[in-house]
Write a protein that binds this ligand. Sequence first.
Ligand SMILES: O=C([O-])CC(=O)C(=O)O
Ligand SMILES: [Mg+2]
Length: 542
Amino acid sequence: MSPSIYPQILEDPLRNRGTAFTAEQRRVLGLDGLLPPAIETLEQQAARSIEVFRRRPGALDKYVNLRQLQDTNLVLYYRLLVDHLEEVLPIVYTPTVGLACQRFHRIFRRPRGLTLSYPMRDRLPELLRNRRQRDVDVIVVTDGERILGLGDQGAGGLGIPIGKLALYTAIGGLDPGRTLPIVLDVGTNNEERLADPGYLGWRHERIAGAEYDDFVERFVSAVEAELPQAMVQWEDFATHNARPILERYRDRICTFNDDIQGTAAVALGALIGAARASGTRPREHRIVVLGAGSAAIGVADEIRQALVDDGLDPEQARRRFWVLDVDGLLTEERDDLTEEQRVYARPAGEPSGGTTLADVVRSVHPTAMIGLSTARGAFTGEVVREMAAHVERPIIFPLSNPTARSEADPADLDRWTDGRALVATGSPFPPIERDGRTIPVSQSNNVYVFPAVGMGVVAAQAARVTDGMLRAASAALGARSPALTDPTAPLLPPISGLRELADHVALAVAVAAVADGVAPERSEQDLHRRIANARWEPVYPE
Ligand SMILES: O=C([O-])CC(=O)C(=O)O
Ligand SMILES: [Mg+2]
């Protein structure tokens, strides 16, 4: 056998240390001459790498730079993420990751994760066995149909699971060698991609209906057979598939939908903080939701349950919501609503005077307005001023991603309400300047919970993800809102505090898993210890 061109260790991002290999290691491993002679510490490597990153001119260049590092040296990659989380998050994650999905086939260099293409549907167990990881704790899977607010990106959607799993490690502390990103490549209806000779996915219109459902079933069966211990996170599926898939599998495997349940858990956490900051109870609020997709209905459902927990009966709680989609308010007269949307349908003729957002705000005087519509700028000055005329501290959450799909810019919201608005966004925004103070904008993004849900599930060895576990995550998050002690503070803890927060949220999730009977009996103290022990840190092992 001829020797390989490179000793394997330099090619293995989990074991490679590059210039940090010691003289002794280089000699033993036969690396002398293959590396420049300088021997660096991890800190020196990290300092050099962040400089290189900062010199890259554009966001996509920065993204490519980090992806290369991820494919070369995982300890160094995660060192950068952990030490510069606030700076790199908008690159590894929302909003730049959306652009990376759109350009996936232009920036493709090395394979990461699995692409399960429809024509190989008879061979899914074999494809799963081809993975590079031996054991897998978490799978994030998408079918690329609803990537952030950017629609169908086909096989390029794989960028999202890659980004989510990077945060599972950087924030949640999961071992990166035990996570697996997957795209179900079932075609695309994106004309631009189909016409692009450079597109790398299966060049075919999307499979739908029974064939699609059968493919998803084959995927789940393959996971059950090959990776029965793995949690499966569904990500960025279109509304018409997201909810049915979740309902079909949530009692069969360990699984949750991040857009429905993760987004909702965080929005509820932020709302709990906002209610307290405005001296109100959740049950006092009148809530307008713009958007009626899976994420929007998920948020409404979660808040509705919280209103019940706060003392309303289910019918009263339901009547606190006005949900609108592109065709206006959901009403009983409409015959185009799904079962989940129908819960929020308002009786005919109520409110009077029109069903647009402006009409509804004028007649209802909402106290909270949540956007998950991907309709850029839908929270206009007119709508917001009208809302703010009737409530002391309007709660306004433009949650659509990426930034270019946000319903409003926080600086505008601040101006239109003379600084009275309690704001959280889905994508990152620069801080607001007010009265000589710089106030960070809270990013109510599912990143506040999903990495911790993963850690909680792994540490507790949970077999399912229950509603109780997600509600425990919301409560743990709401309890740590900086606005609880300072009404002018942001609603959510800072991004720089995400790792510490994740430990608390993971513990709450793990405790709830035991309480719900889906994990082995263990004390809180024991679970705490298991979380600490499971945490993977970006350092070179001794
Ligand atoms: O990825 C994000 O930033 C949040 C999310 O799940 C989505 O927008 O689909
Ligand atoms: Mg998503």
